[in-house]
Write a protein that binds this ligand. Structure first.
Ligand SMILES: Cc1cc2nc3c(=O)[nH]c(=O)nc-3n(C[C@H](O)[C@H](O)[C@H](O)COP(=O)(O)O)c2cc1C
Length: 123
């Protein structure tokens, strides 16, 4: 299972680097990268115009068919808007919302993502 992510200020990048999984970072310059293996998206939470590159990626070639789930990082101070980017993606593309965490996450968050990936049944 690959982890596809974006990161503006480095929190999500720090988190995904603790997972020990294959990573692909999306940048605004070229999110149109075809992928032919199962992946999850791990995303921070920002306004839609910032995170639109995730939609661009998912809608590239056959990418949508390989998307297995979404996890989100955010800041609980945003209240109702906590991790809305990940929640919206999970709903839009009808895949499980696998975990929510703050900033660069902690050991517990790492364990939960690993377990969720195991439960999805992919290597
Ligand atoms: C302009 C701005 C808007 C944000 N909006 C939200 C939000 O609506 N909900 C939320 O949970 N976190 C929000 N955050 C927090 C970030 O998603 C969070 O800090 C995240 O860990 C940043 O990840 P990154 O460093 O990988 O970009 C916002 C942060 C900034 C700077």
């Amino acid at each position: 299972m690959k982890v596809v992510y974006m990161s503006l200020t480095g929190q999500t990048r720090k988190f995904v680097n603790k997972l020990g999984m294959d990573l692909l970072e999306l940048t605004p310059t070229n999110p149109f990268i075809p992928i032919n293996e199962p992946y999850i998206i791990i995303t921070p939470t920002y306004d839609k115009e910032v995170t639109e590159i995730l939609n661009d990626f998912i809608e590239t070639e056959q990418n949508r068919t390989h998307l297995q789930g979404v996890a989100g990082g955010g800041n609980l101070n945003f209240g109702q808007l906590f991790v809305f980017t990940a929640k919206d993606l999970a709903e839009e593309y009808q895949v499980p919302m696998i975990h929510e965490f703050e900033f660069q996450g902690n050991e517990e968050d790492v364990k939960k993502i690993r377990k969720a990936v195991d439960d999805l049944g992919f290597k």
